[in-house]
Design a binder for this molecule. Structure first.
Ligand SMILES: Nc1ncnc2c1ncn2[C@@H]1O[C@H](COP(=O)(O)OP(=O)(O)OP(=O)(O)O)[C@@H](O)[C@H]1O
Ligand SMILES: Cc1ncc(CO)c(N)n1
Length: 267
């Protein structure tokens, strides 16, 4: 069985973060492992509190996994401070052989900051060069590049700038723009639009986490990057189509394996 590791924050509400990642791995038939970087007190409406995990125990979690278990792909999510970014970057650098998907989590759907403002520079310098692909949403790409993104042309300009920052590949998610949710993939040379159809729902908590962990799961299963992204886009479209109307805020995406099999999702 293939394996994937998520290095991310815990969402007590179960819709985003580590919880969404592990559910996504399972739905893909991939064995999931986790390094928890922060615990959030969170539900579908709000983030009430954040406790960062001590960097020593973050390093120990990474070492405990790599000293014993195979890791076929890594997904990185919420890393909120410069110290945590440094720790994850240096630990992974010693071990890197498998593909890394970097979701540069900055703000929750409910509007809570999940990355300290002074940590953006560390993220660019220490994590972007390690990653095989980075998956910002529109506000995150604006923060990384300083470019205001309002149109698909702006998305192309921002993607090119993110590659200039050292990213090998970029998937810029268009979900935050008006109209259909088209995502832009740029490999440093060519652009490709992964087109979506907007599902009119408020239940989109954890969509970014789900998409990036679906890419990691598909990479773990030895798909090439383009195919992994294509399948992940198919997966997130389905996970949003069947998202759950639970909680009073943004409900979570849906991850049940049987549902995807019925819908014909090709793993
Ligand atoms: N309403 C929608 N219908 C269909 N696809 C959507 C919708 N909203 C977002 N998407 C798609 O879902 C994926 C995740 O994009 P999104 O921009 O929502 O991520 P995000 O903002 O990082 O999510 P979060 O921070 O809540 O985890 C992208 O492929 C995007 O195009
Ligand atoms: C722990 C965590 N990671 C990521 C997100 C992004 O939505 C979130 N809301 N919570």
């Amino acid at each position: 069985m293939k394996t994937a590791l998520t290095i991310a924050g815990s969402d007590s509400g179960g819709g985003a973060g580590i919880q969404a990642d592990l559910k996504t791995f399972s739905a893909h038939g991939v064995f999931g492992m986790s390094v928890i970087t922060a615990v959030t007190a969170q539900n579908t409406k709000e983030v009430r509190g954040v406790q960062n995990i001590d960097v020593d125990i973050i390093r120990q979690q990474i070492e405990a996994i790599y000293d014993d278990l195979p890791v076929n792909a890594v997904k990185i999510g919420m890393l909120s401070s410069v110290e945590i970014i440094d720790t994850v970057s240096s630990s992974l650098k010693e071990r890197k052989s498998q593909p890394i998907v970097l979701d540069p989590v900055m703000i929750s759907k409910s509007g809570h900051s999940l990355l300290l403002p002074n940590a953006v520079k560390a993220l660019i310098e220490k994590l972007v060069p390690l990653a095989d692909i980075i998956t910002p949403n529109v506000p995150e790409a604006e923060e990384l590049t300083g470019i205001k993104i309002q149109t698909e042309e702006d998305m192309v300009t921002a993607c090119k700038k993110i590659c200039e920052l050292g990213a090998a590949n970029v998937l810029l998610k268009g979900g935050h723009l008006e109209g259909e949710p088209h995502d832009l993939f740029f490999n440093g040379e060519n652009i490709h639009w992964f087109k979506g159809k907007r599902v009119h729902t408020k239940n989109t908590h954890g969509t970014g986490c789900t998409l990036s962990s679906a890419i990691a799961a598909n990479l773990a299963k030895e798909n090439d990057l383009y195919t992994a992204v294509k399948k992940a886009k198919q997966y997130i479209s389905m996970a949003i189509t069947h998202s759950l109307d639970i909680g009073k805020g943004h409900g979570p995406t849906h991850h049940f394996y049987e549902l995807y099999q019925k819908a014909g999702y090709q793993q």
